[in-house]
Design a protein around this ligand. Structure first.
Ligand code: NAD
Length: 258
């Protein structure tokens, strides 16, 4: 059964990656009609030609975009929104793991999400008459809820994604946009392997890495993809969800007071 009805469009960042790719697959399975696949790689993902064959009635387009560039994001949003009836779904999934370059981690994982979300709001908001409303899902991590000592910059970036998205959602029903956060636990990918390599961690021993790996077994990217489409249906704006070993749960966080 298709969960996404009425000619909807979606834009996904980091879509050449394991989780971004799985999210695209799930959107396609569930009836998306226009799909913008964004990643910084110069080559579009090989899977795109399979998707085009399997879903011939869907318009699928690859955009090479570095989410740290406002200009590239703006150009992409502008081009995609001209080609679709309305921008309905945005999933900010691009992310990196590298404690040797904390500035880049914050720029990609947090500033990239903030800038992309701002463009999405501009095209979706109903109060200005420009958009028809929609859903924005920002991908954080379980280390955006409980810090990981080996990855201070990564944890900070992912806490930032949770804070930014919750603050945006609060008291902004007039925008007609649902803001959600999904925090995956370890998920099978090249990214997961980097997160368990001392090469990319901050002053961490092999012993600590081995302990951490045991605590965070990898789920499949498709489980995260399915969870993303599910929270789109059941999540209230401002809610934060975890997906751990395939189990989806809503997080209880301290209420926002002001
Ligand atoms: N894999 C895990 O264990 C795990 C766990 C929790 C959260 N996450 C989060 O999920 C998201 C996706 O991770 P993944 O496992 O699919 O990793 P991945 O490395 O497979 O995919 C990440 C994608 O982001 C793209 N990217 C990186 N920098 C970019 C930039 N500046 N502009 C545009 N695209 C850029 C990469 O090219 C890549 O295709 C990330 O935000 C990550 O933090 C992953």
């Amino acid at each position: 059964m298709s969960l996404i009805k009425n000619n909807k469009s979606a834009l996904v960042t980091g879509a050449s990656g394991a989780i971004g790719g799985a999210i695209c697959e799930e959107l396609l399975k569930n009836g998306i009609k226009y799909l913008a696949v964004l990643d910084m790689n110069s080559q579009e993902p090989k899977i795109l030609s399979d998707w085009k064959k399997t879903y011939p009635s869907v318009s699928i387009k690859y955009f090479q975009v570095d989410v740290t560039s406002r200009e590239e994001l703006e150009k992409c949003y502008s081009e995609f929104t001209k080609a679709v009836p309305s921008l309905d779904i945005v999933i900010n999934c691009a992310g990196i793991f590298n404690e040797k370059d904390p500035t880049r981690v914050i720029n990609v994982n947090l500033n990239g999400v903030i800038e992309s979300t701002r463009f999405a709001i501009d095209h979706m908001r109903i109060d200005t008459g420009k958009g028809k409303g929609g859903t924005i899902i920002n991908i954080s991590s379980v280390s955006g809820l409980n810090v990981f000592s080996g990855s201070p910059a990564y944890s900070a970036s992912k806490f930032g994604v949770v804070a930014y998205t919750r603050a945006l959602a609060h008291g902004r029903d007039h925008l007609g946009i649902k803001f959600l956060v999904l925090c995956p636990s370890g998920t099978d990918s090249a990214f997961y392997e980097r997160a368990f390599s001392t090469k990319y961690l901050f002053m961490t021993t092999e012993e600590t890495v081995a302990k951490r790996r045991k605590l965070l077994p990898a789920q499949s990217p498709s489980e995260v993809g399915k969870a993303t489409v599910e929270i789109m249906q059941i999540g209230k704006s401002g809610s934060v969800w975890t997906i751990r070993n395939g189990e989806l749960a809503e997080e209880e966080l301290p209420a926002i007071r002001i």
